[in-house]
Design a protein. Sequence first.
Length: 302
Amino acid sequence: MTRIGFLACEGTLPGSARRREDAYEHDLYIGALEPALRDAGHELEVIDWESPLEAFARIGLILLGTVWDYQDKEAAFLAKLDALEASGAILCNGADVVRWNIDKRYLAEMAERGVPTVPTLWVEEATAEDVERARRQFASEQIVAKRQVGAGAEGQFLFGPDNPVPDGWKSPRPMMLQPFLPAIQSEGEYSFIFIDGAPSHVLNKRAAVGDYRIQSLYGGTEVAADPTQDDITAAQYAYDSLPFPSPLYARIDMVRGPEGNLLLIEAELIEPYLYPEQGPELGVRLANGIAKRLEAQANSTT
C-alpha cells in the first residue's frame, strides 16, 4: 500500500479555525478520490503543505490538492515543492509545471502558440493611467485587473463607469489588465477537465446575479455542460498547446469572445478544483493516472 499525500492549507484543512467558506469543495474532492485510491490499494493522507519535510517521509506520491494560499507565499511554496521532489516523492503536478503556470504570463506564451486568449496588458505596478491605457487599447469601458500571480479572483478589480478607479490607486503587485467580456455574465465560463491526457468532463460556471466572478466563494454555481464540437476542439487545442506532455490533471477555463469563439482565460495546472459533482468518474480516473506514475517510478528503479 502506497501513501498518497493530498496537500491542503490552513483555509481548507478540516477543523481549521480559519477554514474558507468554499472549503466544502475540498471535502467533495476528498470524497471522490479517497475511495477510488482505497480500491486501488492506496491510502490517502491530507496534509498541510507547510508541514515540516519530515511529515512527508513515507509518502510516495503527492497531489497539490487544495493549496489555495500559495499565491501569497510563492517563494516558500516553490521551495517546498523542490524539497519534496528532491526527497524522491512524485509531485502531481511537478515543480517544473508549477513554475511555468504560477505566473499568468504563460498566457502570452500560449497566445504565441496560436491559442486564442483574452487580450491582456501586462503591467508591473498598475495605476489609473494604465487602466485608461487598457480602455483605449481594447476599446472597452470596463477593465478587469488581475494579479499575475493569483488565484480565486483574490485581489481582482473591475473598473468601469459605475466603479471608477480610486484616486491615487496603485496595485501592490504585478497585474494583468483585460477587457471585460459580457459573455462571462450572459453565458458563463466553461471548464474542460483533462485527466492524464484524456478529456474527462466539462462544466459551465455562472456568476451570481449582479456579480461577474464565477467562483463559489462569491456565489457562483456550476452545472455539467454539453459543449459544441467547435468548443471541444478549441479546448483540446489549448490543452495540446501546453508545454508538458499529459500532466495528471489540467483544467482549461474558457469564455466566449466577441467574435463567438472560446478564448482561454486560464490553463489551471497547480491546484484547480476539478468538480467531482459534474465528473463522477473523476476519482477513478485520477487513481488510474496515479497508478501509472507509481508503476513508472518502480520500473525506473529496478
